[in-house]
Structure formats: C-alpha cells, structure tokens
Ligand binder design. Structure first.
Ligand code: HEM
Length: 443
C-alpha cells in the first residue's frame, strides 16, 4: 500500500484519504510515520502527536501556546462563546461561574433524574424487537440534561434537537475544505442546514431563558443560577444562551454514545455481561441505583471506562499553535504558529505500547487492584489541562447509573444483519444507529 504522503493532492492535501476513513487514516499515519507525523488537510498543515507525553505537553504544560483547532473554531458559529469554544479570560471567568453546577454534591442531586430517564426509556422496549440503542440513549441523556441543566422537559423537542444536530454535523466537512468556511453564507447545502439547525436550537434555549426570567422562579438547575444571578457576576442573555446551548449539546450526545458503546461491548462479550448482571443483582437487589451505588459497581465502572477507551466519543482533539512549539525529544521538529496539532484518542487508547491486548474489552484494567498499568496520560477521553471536560463527573455518574438501571432489567443481544459501523464526526458515533435486540431478564 502506498504511504500516505504519496497520495497528498495539491490544494486538498490528504483530505480525500482523511475523509474516506478518518480512523484508519490516523492509525496508519502513526504506523507509517511514528509518534510525530505530518499531513495536510485542505488549507491546514497538521501534526499528529501520537505519544501520551507529547499530548500532555500540548494540553497541559504548554497549553498557552495553543488555541482550539479548526473544528471548534467553526463551531463558534453555533455555540458562540460558550465554554467549549471560548478562549482566554472569557473562558476562565465563565468556567469559574459554571464550576459550581458540576460540584460533586450537585451531581449527586442529579443522579435521581438520570436513573428516572434511563428507567423510563428502557421501560418502552419490547422483548425481541430490535431497537436503535443509540437513539434510545440519546433520548435518555437529552432528557436528563434538559431537566438538570435547563430545568426544562425537552422530551417533546428531542426530534427537533436531533435534527438540528444532524444539520450541524452535516457542516463538519466545511471545516476542512479550502475556502469552505466562506460557504457558510451560501443559501444551499450544508451551509443552509447549518443555519437552520442554529436557528432551531437558539429558539429552544431562548424560550427557556425567557420563561425563567418571567417566572423569576429558582428551580435549582444551572439555568436558574445564571438567569437569576445578581450583578457583578451576571451574564447577558446572549452569554447565557451560549452556555446553556453548549452544555445541552456537549452534555448529552457524548454520554449517549459512550453508553450505547457499553451496551454494544456487553452484547459482544457474554462473560463480561454475566459479571455485570451478577454485580447489579447483588448490589441493587431489585431496587433502582442511587448516587451512593457508583462506588459499589466496579465492573459497571470498568465497562464504562473501556467504552471510553475503545470508542472515545472525542476521538481526536485539535489545537492551533499561536506561537512556535518545539516538539520535545524530536530535535528540529517545530509546530509553527498557525499549524494544527491533532491529539488522537482513537490511536493512543489502542496503542499496544500502553495497553496489553489493546483491542480487547477488559473492565479489570480499571479495578483498584488491577495488575496491568498504563501511563496516566495514555487515557484522555475527557481531554486535559485547563480545558478538561467540566462534565466528566456528570458523564461518569450518568453512564454507570444508566448502565446499572438497564442491565438490571435487560440483556441486549446482537442483531447480526446490522453490524456496528462507526461515524467519526465531531463525536465518534454509530453510523445508522446501533441495533440490538432486548431480552427481558428473569430475576
Ligand atoms: C462521555 C461523555 C463526555 C466526553 C467523552 C467528553 C469529552 C470532552 C472533551 C475531550 C473535552 C475537551 C475538549 C477540548 O479541550 O478541546 C470536553 C470539554 C467540555 N465538555 Fe465534555 N465530554 C463528555 C460529557 C460532557 C458532559 C456531560 C457535559 C456537560 C453536562 C460536558 C460539557 C463540556 C464542556 C462545557 C466542555 C468545555 C470545558 C472547558 O473548556 O472549560 N461534557 N468534553
């Protein structure tokens, strides 16, 4: 097979190979060029850093040399200056304001809503009838994010939000096409869909803000605390909308994908599934899980961690260099200002140098007394440094408690005629759904 660089084409560079299969492209790049690899996508000169220490340098040690990469820069068109896309002082100030909503005590309060949503959604399943588990987990996590963060039942808006997200994802390709971003003003194709999605989402969140301001009622959620805050810490309505929309979008699809991949792994691995069932039966004994159970469910936690490792919802993170960045230990190799760095979870999470039997799902890696070890920064599903995911505790709690809720009632079997296909866009998600057949467990 020809090396990647040989296929680089003027103007678009490696864009075609990248687009054909992004995961295979990044994996091959690491195999062919090693820990420090170069390629070009459309207008961008890109470095892939496939070593945990080099990623740590970019995300933590020298984070000030970088800003977010092209995809998140483009996402500002929809998310404005929300936490995920904001930079500098604005980001620091808003992160301080939002941190309290993610304090462990608050997450403990949110746990009951998460379990309710998981139980209510899985109660609609019919024995033997295949379901798109991804669509189901999206419904669960969107519902709980709506209530805990916006204080709003978004159940009726699930279809609107999902189709708005589809509209936004269809514009992902614009991030890399030469001059593609100028197409955002064109009234057809992905650009038109992007604007349609943005209008729908802004309308939804604006309505929630207006309702809260009109009622003046504190419902204990994040939106109440932002809308009803007193000056000087008070944000404008536009700033609140950007934050609320960011949390709604960043806070549900990622967790939904991880949860769907957990169920996929269990359907593939009957022995691990049997251990999960034994654990939930012993610990829960027929009742619903609570926040206190998180620590009593190590096998469920291990399966969730394995889903994050093997199918990281954030499959590759991008950064653009603001100043030159000499790559440590690689003399003469310097990321120049304006060039892009990719830190690929997909590649590092499956690298046999850090993971024994890397492609195998093994929840025991995560037990407190695990015998195998890995460098800490070889696992970074939630990023790192000052921009590390604010919702990590939220996601881990929801992932483990929803998994326990579902597996205490259901066993999910593969549907061989609908094998899993992956679709790496802004998040790594199943293409055309993740189909499994529910069987009610006899307890
Ligand atoms: C399994 C689930 C999740 C995964 C894998 C995930 C992954 C990530 C990653 C990798 C980043 C860093 C992005 C970067 O530095 O460029 C991030 C940031 C962020 N995530 Fe998550 N996330 C998850 C769940 C959540 C949840 C539940 C919420 C909110 C309820 C959330 C809200 C955010 C926000 C607001 C940021 C930006 C933080 C900042 O820059 O200060 N995420 N997430």
């Amino acid at each position: 097979m020809a090396p990647l660089a040989a296929r680089s084409v003027p103007l678009v560079g490696d864009l075609l190979a990248f687009r054909r299969d992004r995961l295979v492209f990044l994996t091959r790049l690491a195999r062919e060029q090693g820990d420090v690899a170069r390629f070009r996508i459309g207008p961008y000169r890109v470095w892939q850093l496939a070593h945990p220490d080099l990623v740590h340098d970019v995300l933590v040690t020298h984070a000030a040399r970088f800003r977010k990469g092209p995809v998140l820069q483009r996402a500002r068109l929809v998310l404005g200056d929300g936490l995920l896309t904001a930079e500098g002082d604005h980001h620091r100030r808003h992160r301080r304001l939002l941190n309290h909503a993610f304090h462990p005590d608050r997450i403990t309060e949110y746990a009951a809503v998460m379990v309710d949503r998981a139980a209510a959604t899985s109660n609609t399943w019919v024995e033997g009838t295949p379901i798109d588990v991804h669509a189901q987990t999206v419904r669960m996590t969107l519902g709980s994010a709506g209530v805990t963060l916006l204080g709003t039942e978004v159940e009726a808006d699930v279809d609107l939000i999902e189709s708005a997200i589809e509209d936004l994802l269809s514009a992902y390709q614009l991030a890399f096409v030469p001059f593609g971003w100028r197409l955002q003003h064109v009234p057809v194709g992905p650009a038109r869909r992007l604007r349609r999605g943005r209008t729908a989402l802004h309308g939804l969140v604006d309505r929630a803000i207006t309702e809260r301001r009109t009622s003046g009622h504190d419902t204990g959620d994040l939106l109440s605390s932002l809308v009803l805050a007193e000056p000087p810490g008070r944000l404008s309505d536009d700033e609140i909308r950007d934050e609320a929309l960011t949390l709604l979008l960043a806070g549900h699809e990622t967790t939904a994908n991880a949860l769907a991949f957990c169920l996929h792994l269990l359907a593939q691995e009957p022995e691990i599934e049997a251990r999960v069932h034994a654990e939930v039966d012993t610990v829960l004994d027929g009742r619903r899980p609570t926040a206190d159970d998180r620590d009593r469910l190590p096998v469920c936690r291990g399966v969730f961690a394995e889903a994050l490792r093997l199918f990281p919802p954030s499959w590759a993170m991008g950064r653009e260099a603001l100043t030159d960045h000499p790559i440590d230990g690689h003399e003469g190799k310097v990321v120049r200002a304006g060039e892009v760095v990719v830190a690929p979870q997909w590649v590092i999470h499956r690298d046999p140098r850090w993971w024994e039997d890397a492609d195998r799902c093994d929840p025991d890696r995560w037990l407190p007394n695990a015998t195998t070890t890995h460098p800490r920064s070889a696992f970074f599903p939630f990023g790192g440094g000052a921009r590390q995911c604010i919702g990590e505790g939220f996601a881990r709690t929801e992932g483990v408690l929803a998994l326990a809720t579902i597996t205490s009632r259901w066993r999910l079997r593969p549907v061989p005629e609908r094998p899993l296909e992956l679709e790496p866009l802004i998040t790594l998600r199943p293409r055309n759904g993740l189909w499994l057949r529910p069987e009610r467990r006899a307890i």
